[in-house]
Design a protein around this ligand. Structure first.
Ligand code: NDP
Ligand code: OXD
Length: 320
């Protein structure tokens, strides 16, 4: 074991999950856990790899010997937009458990809106027994997914199993069996067919504020759900929250499920909390499983050390 392959951990996650995963992680390497106060002033120049989620801004200056940076999550906006990063490969977290969790959230929310979840929850609180006569089926509803990457493609497949018609939009055109896809130029055509819009885009200069009134007003208004529905589990920075509140209040949107917000935690005085047609989850759609994260990092480091290319490397120019 040499310090040459030392791994820095700076994860602003639930501390207990990190501590539970650390003992069995990286058995052959020196691990420097920045959550341990004993490492606060340690010389970090011998560390070769860093696993980070919203790390200390000084970390990359102090760890001058890094060969690669591993994001603690699938998204990398938390480091790309906030740090003066060295010119090193940045690796996203791509993992079955994270993908499954996200698809569970998308399916859960799509079914909640399809099956009148708000109405029945309200009725239960008032002890009202009343069946809604009209019950559209999943096959009557088109779910449009913005972002057909690892997460969007998996959510599309799982929605299809339930019978939803699924369409998708991404920067470059995708070929996914049974899913009509659109590239960047096909946005209007995509929106015009969409009853439930699912946001699974990364936050970049191009996607900041993309979910706004202009976009919401181009969604289909002729669907069986009685108005367009917006689900966002990508990044809050992609939504204009003033427009969102206004559109949810004036009927441009029928309802929304939101897992991500411009500012997190969502401020207590945000109007979104009080809207009866909004379901809020606290950036919990797909948390990273820390053990799985460490396994993924170990795998990638081994690839690098065996002379193989790293996987899931971020394109710094496009920002994801
Ligand atoms: P990927 O990089 O695999 O996919 C991103 C998708 O977005 C690609 O299809 C890409 O297009 C598309 N895209 C990016 N920019 C644009 C643009 N300007 N116009 C059109 N399409 C665009 O990412 P993942 O699927 O793994 O993750 C997506 C995001 O989900 C993450 O970046 C993160 O922000 C968020 N996330 C949220 C979590 C939560 O708990 N709420 C958990 C995990 C992730 P193309 O295919 O052409 O490149
Ligand atoms: C992620 C997240 O990017 O949890 O993985 O938001």
């Amino acid at each position: 074991m040499t310090d040459k392959s030392a791994i820095l951990i700076d994860l602003r996650f639930d501390r207990e999950s990190v501590l539970r995963a650390l003992p069995e992680a990286f058995p052959d390497r020196t691990v420097i856990d920045m959550g341990d106060p004993a490492n606060r002033d340690r010389d970090l120049s011998s560390a070769s790899y860093a696993v980070v989620w919203k790390p200390d801004p000084e970390l990359f200056r102090r760890a001058s010997g890094l060969k690669a940076i591993f994001s603690g999550g699938a998204g990398v906006d938390h480091i790309l937009s906030n740090y003066n990063l060295p010119d090193l490969p940045i690796v996203r977290f791509v993992d079955r458990s994270l993908t499954d969790r996200m698809s569970e959230w998308v399916v859960w929310q799509s079914l909640h809106h399809l099956r009148n979840g708000f109405v029945y929850a309200d009725q239960q609180r008032s002890r009202v027994w009343r069946e809604i006569a009209e019950q559209p089926e999943a096959r009557d509803v088109t779910v449009g997914i913005m972002g057909l990457g690892v997460l969007g493609a998996d959510a599309a497949a799982k929605l299809k199993v339930l019978g939803f018609r699924v369409i998708g939009w991404s920067r470059s055109k995708k070929d996914i069996s049974g899913v009509e896809t659109f590239d960047a130029n096909g946005l209007d055509e995509f929106l015009a067919q969409t009853d439930i819009l699912v946001g699974l885009l990364p936050l970049t200069d191009d996607t900041r504020g993309i979910y706004n009134r202009s976009l919401f007003s181009r969604l289909s208004r002729s669907g069986v759900l009685g108005g367009p529905i917006f689900l966002n589990a990508g990044r809050g920075g992609s939504q204009n929250e003033d427009d969102l509140v206004a559109c949810l209040s004036d009927g441009t949107l029928k309802a929304a499920s939101l897992d991500v917000f411009v500012k997190e935690p969502l401020e207590r005085n945000s109007s979104l909390w009080g809207l009866p047609n909004v379901l809020i989850t606290p950036h919990a759609a797909a948390s990273s499983d820390v053990r799985a994260l460490f396994r993924h990092v170990e795998q990638q480091v081994r690839r690098l050390e065996n002379g193989e290319p790293l996987q899931f490397v971020v394109d710094r120019l496009s920002g994801y």
